[in-house]
Design a protein around this ligand. Structure first.
Ligand code: PMP
Length: 310
């Protein structure tokens, strides 16, 4: 379901994939000093391709970039045009994934491999690929990772920093080697944080509960979409509060929410089966409404869509 598009944006130019290369001395390659976004575009019922919540992704990217002093990024409106132009250049006509990555390039001459941010130039690369859903809709099994989510005071999860994903990779690797599909990660306080590449929701007595932004998590855009849809469209009570390790074994339903994974029901946590009968009712309703919304079938939220054609 994934196929890279032929053209890539690299530092102000659109180049063929084979020519989109960076030097091995790139600082981000050595120290993880890059920030990125994962964005999806969906084909609507009328055949039009729309990028979902593009402004919100670019706003988060700008905040992540500010933290690592990644300078000279295009302004929001120009950035949007660059992405939409690239999709048109790639003749994108199916569901897509868009990956902008701002990274620390080269140190000023004479500094060598210094670990610092000031005096290191910034680059920007944007990859797009055709990509449909890649997670199963009938529920996945999640381990609870022994690896804890990086604390905010060490490397803020709120910023989407490339280096943070070594933490996610360790958790995912361990979960998959143990036969699970993904991992739920606890924070340093022992409460639920998020999964390796998505936020987590649980359902208890008909209420939706998700860890607060202070739980050392990424401020997920899908998380925000789900909170909005659950409250406004489904009339559900949504509570942002800490979820302890032990509480995970008494929830009625659980699902992951992220741009890439979309909405994925979790039917097993460690060796505890949540739903003997499969996917929970509320998870299924939210998943269905989310997939309608991203495809423009929920007229209240068409402001979230940026059409690729113009
Ligand atoms: N947490 C982590 C660690 C992630 O990598 C992602 C994916 N970007 C998310 C949460 C979900 O964020 P979003 O809904 O904005 O894609």
């Amino acid at each position: 379901p994934r196929k890279p598009h032929p053209w890539v944006y690299l530092d102000g130019q659109v180049v063929a994939v084979a020519d989109a290369v960076v030097p091995v001395t790139t600082q981000a390659f050595a120290y993880g000093t890059g920030v990125f976004e994962g964005i999806r575009a969906y084909v609507a019922a009328n055949g039009e391709l729309n990028v979902f919540r593009l402004d919100d992704h670019l706003k988060r990217l700008a905040n992540s970039a500010r933290l690592l002093q990644l300078e000279n990024l295009p302004l929001r409106s120009e950035f949007k045009s660059i992405i939409l132009d690239l999709l048109r250049h790639n003749e994108a006509s199916t569901d897509c994934y868009i990956r902008p990555l701002a990274y620390k390039k080269a140190l000023l001459p004479g500094i060598g491999f210094g670990v610092k941010l000031t005096g290191v130039s910034s680059g920007l690369v944007i990859n797009t690929l055709s990509m449909s859903a890649y997670m199963r809709a009938d529920g996945i099994r999640c381990a609870i990772s022994t690896w804890r989510r990086i604390p905010d005071v060490s490397l803020p999860a709120r910023a989407k920093i490339t280096g943070s994903y070594a933490n996610s990779a360790l958790a995912m690797e361990s979960a998959q080697r143990n036969g699970f599909d993904d991992a739920l990660m606890l924070n340093v306080h022992g409460n639920l944080a998020e999964s390796t590449t998505s936020n987590v929701f649980v359902v208890k007595d008909g209420c939706l509960i998700t860890p607060p932004l202070s739980a050392h998590i990424l401020e997920g855009i899908t998380r925000d979409t789900i909170i909005t849809l659950a409250r406004e469209d489904l009339g559900l009570k949504v509570i942002e509060r800490d979820i302890s390790f032990s509480e995970l074994f008494s929830v009625d339903e659980c699902f992951l929410a992220g741009t890439g994974v979309e909405i994925v029901p979790v039917t097993q946590i460690d060796h505890y089966i949540l739903q003997e009968s499969g996917v929970g009712e509320i998870s299924a309703a939210i998943r269905s409404l989310y997939l309608k919304t991203v495809r423009g079938l929920n007229s209240k939220y068409t402001d979230w869509l940026s059409p690729v054609s113009n």
